[in-house]
Design a protein around this ligand. Structure first.
Ligand code: IFM
Length: 441
């Protein structure tokens, strides 16, 4: 990299995580119960004590602040706050106030997710997101969170990856409740989108306290997993058709719903969902973009999504492809709201290519900015290794390695932690930083 590339003033640098993946001891949600079934988790692990972040959050935020981060995204665990219908657990609420106080003391802007894949058991047992009643229960939870935490929080992320959740849990059946029914997946996705719209209005009505006195009391978006889906064989009408259908339902329809208010979800062979939800219209103050890889779509193969031959792959077999990230930023930006990268990261236990990838992906952001996308910040997934859902603890996404074999879960920085710190502190990519990352991707 020959030239220095600066990021906009106030650009947010930090990491993202979710409660169940790091806290430990989240035994009152549907994931905990699901993990106990033999074969549910690929490497045979369970979330258990996870990273013990429930006890160690303050030390973890000290690491982040010491590395020049300015923001941190985390989720409130609904099942801890409301372990039984209508009963608020005062100790859990006090805990999250302490978490927020720790972040604020360290000048880390909190970005709070309200639903990140887990449901309280009592709600999962009443039909979870297939039931419209869950939308109402979620609305009440959001109102509670806005009242309770609004004085400390301005940035809210309503729902993480509605599309991933719906397909993994209701179509592939590899997440709780383990259903395999495309029609149910579409219905669940629609309910999650409706819930986002409701939450957007509630947060703006209820959180009127401007925590950082910048004139904005509530800044609300969702986190959308954006995956470029391209035909494996561009000459194949079947690959092209399947890629187009999947792109439409997985990427475009989700983002469009939050702009137009119209939910329009269809896939061949499943009952389509079409409805207009007024609360959903213009319900993004920012577009939360989660991006990891692109997939080539093979309409006739045994495995429908594959990485291109010869591509550099993460430990999960996901292609490292910075140009796809630039494309995702541009496509997300086209929906009109500024984009916050709410997640991006790499399963790379040996940190073999993460430093170079960090530089290449940051460079992709600068190119997207040059193309007119307003990018507000970048949150790396993740500060430390954590519980990767049905893949267990094997994939290592952390800037810090966690020793899960040791009772107190020691954290050790990977070289990437220092490299990311240099980018965050400089708020720039410099030739020196690029050189420090080693060989370019
Ligand atoms: O770990 C997940 C996270 O919970 C949601 N987005 C993708 C990450 C990596 O798979």
């Amino acid at each position: 990299m020959a030239l220095e590339r600066r990021f906009p003033d106030g650009f947010l640098w930090g990491t993202a995580a979710s409660a169940h993946q790091v806290e430990g001891g989240n035994r009152w949600n549907d994931w905990w119960r699901f993990e106990q079934q033999p074969g549910a988790i690929a490497d045979g692990t369970v979330s258990g004590d996870a990273c013990r972040h429930w006890e160690r959050y303050d030390d973890d935020f000290a690491l982040a602040a010491g590395d020049g981060h300015t923001a941190h995204r985390f989720s409130l665990e609904w099942s801890r706050i409301e372990p039984e219908p209508g009963r608020i657990d005062a100790a859990a609420v006090a805990h999250y106030h302490a978490v927020l106080a720790s972040l604020l003391r360290r000048r880390l802007t909190p970005i709070v997710t309200l639903h990140h894949f887990t449901l309280p058991l009592w709600l999962a047992d009443r039909g979870g997101w297939e039931s419209r009643d869950t939308i109402d229960r979620f609305a009440e939870f959001v109102r509670f969170a806005a009242r309770e935490f609004g004085g400390e929080v301005d940035w809210w992320c309503t729902i993480n990856e509605p599309e991933v959740y719906a397909f993994r849990a209701y179509s592939e059946g590899i997440w709780p409740p383990g259903r395999r029914d495309d029609g149910a997946a579409l219905a669940v996705m629609a309910n999650l989108l409706e819930a986002h719209g409701r939450a957007y209005r509630i947060l703006h009505e209820t959180d009127t306290r401007d925590a950082d006195a910048d004139g904005r009391a509530a800044i609300v978006g969702f986190a959308k997993h954006w995956v470029p889906l391209e035909p494996l064989r561009t000459w194949s009408p079947l690959d092209r058709l399947r890629a187009a259908i999947e792109h439409r339902v997985f990427n475009h329809a989700v983002a469009a719903a939050a702009v137009t208010g119209t939910i329009d979800l269809s896939i061949p062979g499943a009952r389509a969902v079409r409805r207009h939800v007024p609360e959903l219209e213009k319900s993004l103050d920012y577009f939360g973009l989660n991006h990891y890889t692109r997939w080539k779509v093979d309409a006739i193969g045994r495995v429908p999504h594959v990485a291109p031959r010869g591509a550099r792959l993460t430990d999960l077999g996901w292609e490292v492809h910075p140009t796809g990230f630039e494309q995702a930023l541009v496509e997300a930006g086209a929906f009109g709201a500024p984009v916050l990268v709410t997640e991006n990261g790499f399963a790379d236990a040996s940190d073999a290519f993460r430093p170079a990838a960090l530089v290449a992906y940051a460079a992709a952001i600068t190119r997207a900015i040059d193309r007119g996308v307003r990018v507000l910040g970048y949150l790396h997934w993740s500060l430390m290794d954590n519980f990767e859902w049905a893949d267990g603890f094997r994939p290592r996404f952390g800037l810090y390695a966690v020793d899960f074999g040791s009772a107190d879960r020691p954290r050790t920085p990977r070289p990437s932690a220092a490299l990311f710190a240099r980018i965050a502190r400089a708020n720039a990519l410099t030739p020196e930083i690029a050189a420090a990352a080693g060989e370019a991707l």
